[in-house]
Design a protein around this ligand. Structure first.
Ligand SMILES: [Zn+2]
Length: 56
């Protein structure tokens, strides 16, 4: 299952998430980024960074 650790993109944050569906995981990550880190805009650059940090 794809898994994402927030600290893998350089955040000092212990949040991690696992989901069976990659798109669902990306949605969860966007929500977390917005709520916990105030990141309102997911730029293509940031999405690439997030995707490269996801462990399949
Ligand atoms: Zn985080």
């Amino acid at each position: 299952m794809p898994r994402f650790n927030c600290k893998d993109i350089g955040m000092s944050c212990g949040w991690s998430k696992e989901s069976k569906d990659l798109d669902e995981l990306l949605n969860e990550i966007q929500r977390h980024a917005s709520e916990a880190h105030g990141i309102k805009e997911f730029t293509p650059e940031l999405i690439e960074k997030v995707k490269s940090a996801i462990r399949m």
